[in-house]
Design a protein around this ligand. Structure first.
Ligand code: NAD
Length: 314
């Protein structure tokens, strides 16, 4: 299969690109490098720097492509509250530009990396795809808008579209920016460096942490399974983990006992979020393989960011 991955120099994009080329597929990546780093891409991946909102750029990179994985996006929930217009431009505008360019070039298959954040606060858990979305941030709104464009324009243009609602992915290569850092790598780094872990709210809020290899397997399966076309599908671990539990797992994986600071005044996001995987299992044969404990161990072993001497040196 000849594929294009937008945002393919980012955390999930690199993992997906390297998995696909290792399995014999031809992979192009388009990324503006606002965040991404192409250095981690396998040498067989064809990398180009460019903005996903630029239709002529897309025309060039879509030639002869059979399937697009659309990952290019701004991804930090808290940052989206500060810069909603930027998030809308990239996440919604980029999706619309891509779908129009696909129509122009005649590329039919597209897998959208949507997000579990579209569920927001729900009355029951685990969350399934039939529930009414309840987005609680501009980021979540951009993802539900992108889904609507995907299926509306997809139908009008005759595209084979799949939207994956990915839960909290973690694994090697995930960046730890100074602000808005994802919780798993942030906690690991703080624990290894002797710092304290800050929990917003009371720490009872739960999330579904899915190891990157499982998320990649879900994306790959979605691109190759006819039954997935026209569907929204959850991709998670199906395991509910509270932030307090995560602290315990981080302590076990690192062999440290980090101090925990509770910042009760800070918003903790939704109280619970865990994936119902029935549809992913049924349509994709998807089965998460890596437990959180194993995933944390693999992450520490494989990601040079967590080299203990480097972490301790600051
Ligand atoms: P990431 O920030 O590492 O990757 C996003 C990539 O998109 C970056 O490399 C960035 O440089 C690129 N990009 C941003 N704006 C662009 C533009 N205008 N043109 C071209 N490239 C652009 O994030 P990630 O964690 O790898 O997420 C990938 C996708 O998966 C995103 O769409 C995100 O919303 C979605 N997702 C991720 C998670 C997760 O837990 N990581 C969960 C749900 C959904």
């Amino acid at each position: 299969m000849r594929t294009l991955i937008t945002g393919g120099a980012g955390f999930l994009g690199v993992a997906l690109a390297n998995y696909l080329v290792a399995n014999g597929h031809a992979v192009r990546v388009l990324d503006d490098l606002s965040v991404g780093d192409p250095a981690r891409l396998d040498g067989r991946v064809l990398f180009s720097r460019g903005d996903v909102r630029n239709v002529p750029t897309l025309w060039t990179h879509l030639q002869d492509v059979e399937c697009v994985f659309h990952l290019a996006a701004r991804v930090a929930v808290s940052e989206s509250i500060l810069y909603p217009q930027e998030y809308n431009d990239v996440n919604v505008g980029g999706t619309v530009a891509l779908l129009a360019a696909m129509r122009d070039v005649g590329v039919r298959r597209v897998v959208l990396a949507s997000s579990a954040t579209v569920y927001g606060e729900q009355p029951t858990q685990p969350v399934h795809e039939g529930m009414r979305p309840n987005p609680g941030s501009p980021y979540a709104v951009t993802k539900i808008a992108a889904e609507h464009y995907l299926f509306t324009l997809g139908k009008l243009y005759g595209l084979e579209a799949v939207a994956l609602r990915i839960f909290n992915a973690y694994g090697p290569g995930q960046r730890i920016p100074p602000s808005h850092a994802p919780v798993v790598p942030l906690f690991l780094k703080r624990a290894l460096g002797g710092g304290s872990l800050v929990i917003h709210g009371d720490g009872r809020q739960s999330r579904d942490f899915v190891y990157v290899d499982d998320a990649v397997a879900g994306m790959a399966a979605a691109s190759m399974t006819a039954a997935a076309v026209g569907q929204i599908i959850n991709i998670g671990s199906g395991e509910e983990t509270s932030l307090r539990d995560l602290v315990r797992r981080v302590a076990a994986a690192t062999g440290r006992e980090p101090a925990v600071l509770n910042n009760a005044s800070q918003g903790a996001g939704v109280s619970r979020l865990v994936a119902d995987l029935a549809r992913a299992r049924y349509l994709l044969g998807y089965e998460p393989r890596t437990s959180l404990q194993d995933g944390l161990r693999q992450l520490l072993a494989k990601d040079p960011q967590f080299d203990r001497t480097r972490v301790l040196a600051g």
